[in-house]
Design a protein around this ligand. Structure first.
Ligand SMILES: [Fe+2]
Ligand SMILES: [Fe+2]
Length: 267
């Protein structure tokens, strides 16, 4: 099974480039399924039902989330009705929505999709390690999934690297998200888990993690309040493509992808 995983989609620039390029990218890499972190898809914060359906029409098959899952309050009512959207599992039991999804590729096997939050430099949540254990225990066998993709949404590189080793041989892929800068450390670990510390982001190229540069500078340089807004202009797609062996659940190939639109520079 070939999985295309897209890094955090940030606002309209991220959605637009996916609309233009994702179908071709899926064809190019022969992807069976596309999973996209979309916690920033709605102007940088959260997701809505209409944005989710827009992403599906662009070729996204499943959506994972993160710390901004319920930034849009109306998503509280959407979450329980869309089982293609996976929200983090190690959170309050009151959170609506699904803590897993299954992609059934028939003869190419079944893929379990999970999403967990890190604890270093993030809002308090339950142990992602213990929660990963219990999700695998609860779902892996009962749903007949040999392959597992975890979107580990965390701030600290150490925590994201550690999760790879913790789950090595028990899941097919640990895809780090949240920090929006793609790391050049994709690899297959000793027992067959494909890992990258951060997939990166899909959004405006000239931006601070997808957000407007001037607004970010006002906050950081002048230490004055400034409303966060999505940057505009040319965009990029950050993603990872990985090939999984359905018989073993192991990752056999992993590759980083960066596709950029052209930036016009001042002479
Ligand atoms: Fe994000
Ligand atoms: Fe995040």
């Amino acid at each position: 099974m070939i999985v295309l995983f897209v890094g955090d989609i940030v606002g309209q620039p991220g959605r637009k480039i996916l609309k233009e390029r994702l179908r071709d990218m899926k064809r190019l890499y022969n992807a069976d399924v596309c999973v996209a972190n979309s916690e920033n898809a709605a102007a940088g914060f959260g997701i809505t039902a209409s944005i989710a359906s827009d992403l599906y029409s662009s070729g996204v098959d499943f959506i994972t989330m993160g710390n901004h899952t319920f930034a849009r309050a109306d998503f509280l009512s959407t979450a329980p009705s869309d089982n293609r959207i996976v929200r983090p599992a190690n959170v309050s039991p009151e959170w609506p929505g699904f803590d897993y999804a299954v992609f059934d590729a028939k003869e190419k096997g079944r893929l379990l999709i999970m999403n967990l939050l890190g604890r270093v430099g993030m809002d308090p949540c339950d142990s992602p390690y213990r929660c990963a254990d219990s999700l695998l225990e609860r779902y892996k066998k009962s749903l007949g999934t040999t392959m597992v993709l975890l979107d580990f949404h965390a701030e600290a590189t150490s925590e994201k690297v550690a999760m790879g080793y913790y789950l090595d041989g028990r899941v097919s892929l640990v895809m780090g998200t949240h920090t929006h800068v793609q790391t050049a450390d994709e690899k297959i670990l000793e027992r067959g888990t494909g890992h990258i510390t951060d997939v990166g982001m899909t959004g405006a190229l000239q931006s601070v993690l997808g957000m407007d540069v001037d607004a970010s500078l006002r906050r950081l340089v002048e230490c004055l309040p400034s409303r966060y807004q999505t940057a505009s202009g040319p965009s990029m797609i950050n993603a990872v493509v990985a090939e999984l062996d359905p018989s073993t659940g192991k990752c056999v190939r992993i590759e980083r992808i960066i596709q950029k639109e052209t930036v016009e520079r001042e002479l």
